[in-house]
Design a binder for this molecule. Structure first.
Ligand SMILES: [Zn+2]
Ligand SMILES: [Zn+2]
Length: 243
């Protein structure tokens, strides 16, 4: 399984970059985790949009789903000009009206996912965990080829999430804040908490992402390493990690 970071910024993205988006590829099959602002543009450095057929959306905050609508428009246009005949399939929570907007027959549709579900998307076995966030939000665990990847999406700190991520080969943890700022109210992690999550999960590699737009990003690494002593990476545009 290959993970390509398409976007690594929380809230808004830097020039020519993107908010949350991670492309998973295994045996030529692609699954995009989140589709925030800028993701469709950056993604085209890696694959043609007509080769993307499966998109998981963790929650309905703009930095995680705002490009989903344009992905549907892309599929509409490219279907009408004969460049693809495959539907774009979303997987998302169904508790908001935005859920129904993801379906535009015959170009796209959406499958409802809940925290208790186990679903198969191509070669990827997927399970989910509800996170601590002001709106409903799902973390996802993806297994393929004997490897596992966990993406926290947006969350405050909780031990249950560490258990969900146990022994992951790659844990993509949100890291929205510099310690000592806490994200208890906003439902986010600071770098020390992200490190603690990685340590409790005993993950092989911890990737800090959903990064703040301000400050010295290297401080995030230093803070996370107070708690996590394994392989630690700071996400950046088009970084690839092979599992
Ligand atoms: Zn976010
Ligand atoms: Zn959010």
């Amino acid at each position: 399984m290959r993970c390509t970071v398409i976007g690594n910024w929380g809230g808004c993205c830097r020039k020519n970059e993107a908010c949350s988006g991670y492309l998973l590829t295994h045996d030529g099959f692609h699954l995009l985790l989140d589709c925030g602002s800028g993701v469709l543009s950056v993604l085209q450095n890696v694959i043609d949009l007509n080769d993307l057929h499966h998109v998981f959306l963790s929650h309905y905050h703009f930095d995680h789903y705002s490009d989903a609508g344009c992905a549907v428009y892309s599929r509409l246009v490219n279907t009408q000009i004969g460049r693809t005949s495959q539907k774009l399939r979303f997987y998302a929570l169904e508790n908001e009206e935005k859920f129904s907007e993801l379906t535009w027959e015959p170009y796209s549709d959406v499958t409802a996912v809940a925290a208790s579900d186990r679903i198969q998307i191509g070669p990827f076995s997927c399970t989910f965990h509800k996170t601590l966030h002001p709106v409903d939000c799902l973390a996802i665990r993806v297994e393929a080829g004997g490897k596992s990847l966990v993406y926290t999406a947006d969350t405050g700190y909780c031990e249950e999430l560490a258990a969900f991520a146990e022994n992951a080969d790659l844990l993509i943890s949100e890291c929205s804040l510099y310690a000592p700022a806490g994200g208890e109210k906003s439902g986010h992690l600071n770098a020390e908490q992200a490190g603690l999550l990685g340590a409790r999960a005993s993950c092989q590699t911890l990737l800090l992402s959903h990064l703040p737009l301000y400050g010295d990003l290297e401080q995030l690494r230093v803070q996370a390493q107070k708690n996590y002593h394994g392989r630690l990476l700071l996400a950046s545009k088009l970084m690839t990690i092979d599992l």
